[in-house]
Design a protein around this ligand. Sequence first.
Ligand SMILES: *Cc1c(COP(=O)(O)O)cnc(C)c1O
Length: 425
Amino acid sequence: MYNGSIKPFEKKVWLSSPTMHGPEMEYIKEAYETNWMSTVGANINEVESIAAEKAGVKYAVALSCCTAALHLCVKLAGEKLYGKPPISHGAVEGKRVFCSDMTFDATLNPVVYEGGIPIFIDTEYDSWNMDPKALEKAFEIYPDVKLVVCAELYGFSGDIKQIKEICERHGALLIEDAAEAMGATWEGQQCGSFGDYAAISYNGNKIITGSSGGCLLTNSLEDANQARKWATQSREDAPWYQHEEVGYNYRMSNVIAGVVRGQYPYLEEHIAQKKAIYERYREGLKGLPVKMNPFDETKCKPNYWLSALIIDEEAMCKQVRGEQDVAYIPEPGKSCPSEILEALAGINAEGRPIWKPMHLQPMYRMNPFIGRTGNLRAKTNAYISGKTRDVGMDIFSRGVCLPSDNKMTEEEQNIVIEVIKNCFR
Ligand SMILES: *Cc1c(COP(=O)(O)O)cnc(C)c1O
């Protein structure tokens, strides 16, 4: 590794940090001056109309975060599939739900809030997203499953259209977690518009941000209204506080909505900057035994939220990851994510491991994990003979997210590239 003479950046180069432009402040000020310092107001209404229009869906419901949006997606889907549960029960209680495996845990936490049992579907090498072939296999093994939660990784969609078709063929509903993929498209159609329900995020490190916040997206007016009602403590239409079901305090603040409203006009600019970053990495890392995060260039237009690389198998030095810590043995000509992350930290730049797959998380050690050949926990013959593998674990062990901040300068990125090159010397 050794960065030798490379000096650490004085100002940290982030993985992905908020980029403000000015109008955000105007809308915050408007909220303040009109005294709509609340979960009601013009900014919220605007965010809902812009978010729906951008995503190409009929309705958006502005919420405190994307996790809350996903929670209400699970409740809507669960009640549609299984009917209204008793007050103290979850909407998908005791039901199996197919979930993306290599993702942030917020994708499926709401499934667990509602009593569901996540069954993890392995990842495909071609897109790092849910493997449609593994999903087909999962329906073979569990034909009773009626709900699928699929995330689009790092703003690079896989064949989400095919995932939707598979769901339809099996009479299942699809929740699309487009938290990372706002503005990305598959065959010209916006991510966030494929699922029966979808969620997007305005978390501080996403492609645009409100500091926090998220939207639930749907084409059903009835579902949008139901989500809005749940999000505001489930008040019935009565002169007093009347309640027939459990409620949540999930509405977006009008101040936060001001930030989101001010950011939307810059979504395309952010995507262009992130794309330039991805392409500079692809150029700059040529000749090294690594590849950038993959996508189908004919069908997917990513938003390039995070650039990531994967090290060729033959170029991996020995790396051992335990539950909490890691060790590796540096070797000339080879490297590993741990070494690269250490080298980046050494120059005051932020990288990140690939999302550790859910089937490897201690809390889900008992949950089934389905690959192309069946339940890989049970170690199928194809798995044992090496014809199929645990793709998520493999990408996790060889992949790493690179600094992808849209304010990173070209010179800074060149230094990051140089440091990565040094790891392989
Ligand atoms: C960020 C993220 C979320 C959660 O978004 P919040 O707005 O922080 O709740 C969910 N899923 C994925 C894949 C994410 O990256």
